[in-house]
Design a binder for this molecule. Structure first.
Ligand code: TYM
Length: 335
């Protein structure tokens, strides 16, 4: 059976949207919305797998919605909502908890990274997180999921869950979702350490560019970004073994929509000071208008809440028939 092409992606409202989220995910979503039916979700239920101050969570959800709209996601054309507005996600997640195997979950590298040495003390939700993520996607029978590279393993697990569900219940109920990892910035690294992913949870704010940063803050962060001592290389091969140069040039290529080899050719033999000036200019020119629009939207929380509420209604209408089918398939009497 062929499934209708449908796109789903999610993002956590825990802290600021940063350049990694923007270049690795949101910007690609903006491009996809012209061609396909898209559902974009702010995953507040995922966020509480680690402690979130309630007031901060509400603020972050509104801020993230504002950032997405300011980045060009059209809330009329797409379904834009926060996860907790649609309880179908958690209902399906419970069923998937009973499909997924402990061994599969134990292999998740993101869990291992986040739990660290404190495995006994993290929430059960953090461990079960990838099953909820599979439910987010499959509650809509989404076929394609645009994400950054770090989500690849979770999406493989979603395929395993779909496959086992289909096998156990004897039908082709769920699609085997395809990850869409594209663009030149599928893994944006920290400005302080080119070997570490740019992340909301990094304690150093200097490690990331936030969508809320002022032009001065962006300039300052780029100025202080870690580099090495050599001049910039002549070819992309010359970036190998130079993670900071690779990261900064990758960011520049993504912001200016130029292929990386052109960027390398443009700055061949130059020092980091020249390059950082150009990068600052590109970052400020690209992010400035988005930040300004985001601030305008954040000043009107009623408008943003209304968009999310309407998005939630539309999301529930899309997942309802899928959940009815799941109830019948699993042997639950429908409400
Ligand atoms: P989250 O909130 O960590 O990140 C949201 C999106 O941003 C991408 N991303 C990056 N891309 C490039 N470089 C980086 N440094 C970088 N950091 C983050 C992520 O790959 C992601 O696409 N588990 C997910 C949220 C989620 C989800 C889903 C995604 C929940 N349910 C269903 C897709 C489908 C997460 O924590 O993303």
């Amino acid at each position: 059976m062929a499934f209708q092409r449908r796109i789903f992606s999610g993002i956590q409202p825990s802290g600021n949207l940063h350049l990694g989220n923007y270049l690795g995910a949101v910007r690609n979503w903006v491009k996809l919305q012209n061609e396909f039916e898209c559902i974009f979700c702010m995953v507040d239920m995922h966020a509480i797998t680690v402690w979130q101050d309630p007031a901060d969570l509400v603020r972050s959800t509104r801020e993230l919605a504002s950032a997405m709209i300011a980045s060009g996601i059209d809330p009329e054309r797409n379904v834009l909502f926060n996860q907790s507005q649609n309880p179908d996600h958690t209902t399906l997640a419970w069923i998937f908890n009973c499909v997924a195997r402990m061994g599969w979950m134990n292999r998740m590298t993101q869990f291992k990274e986040k739990a660290g040495k404190d495995r006994e003390n993290v929430s059960l939700g953090l461990f079960a997180y990838p099953a909820l993520m599979a439910a987010d996607i499959l509650a809509y029978k989404a076929t394609h999921v645009p994400v950054g590279e770090d989500q690849k393993q979770h999406l493989e697990l979603a395929r395993d869950i779909a496959q086992k569900f289909n096998h156990d219940y004897g039908g082709e109920f769920f699609p085997l979702t395809e990850p869409q990892i594209f663009g030149t910035a599928t893994r944006v690294m920290s400005l302080r350490d080119g070997q570490k992913k740019m992340s909301k949870s990094d304690l150093s704010d200097q490690s990331r560019i936030n969508l809320t940063d002022t032009s001065d803050a962006i300039a300052d962060k780029i100025k202080r970004a870690k580099t090495d001592t050599q001049a910039l290389p002549e070819t992309t091969e010359g970036l190998e073994g130079r993670p900071e140069a690779q990261n900064l040039m990758g960011i520049y290529a993504a912001l200016t929509d130029k292929p990386l080899d052109h960027v390398v050719a443009d700055f061949a033999g130059k020092g980091f000071a020249d390059f950082k000036r150009a990068l600052t200019e590109a970052a400020v020119a690209h992010m400035g208008p988005i930040t300004a629009e985001m601030r305008r939207l954040m000043a009107d929380p009623g408008y943003v809440d209304d968009i999310l509420r309407k998005g939630g209604e539309r999301a529930r209408a899309l997942s309802a028939p899928v959940l009815r089918e799941v109830y019948d398939t699993v042997g639950f009497l429908r409400p």
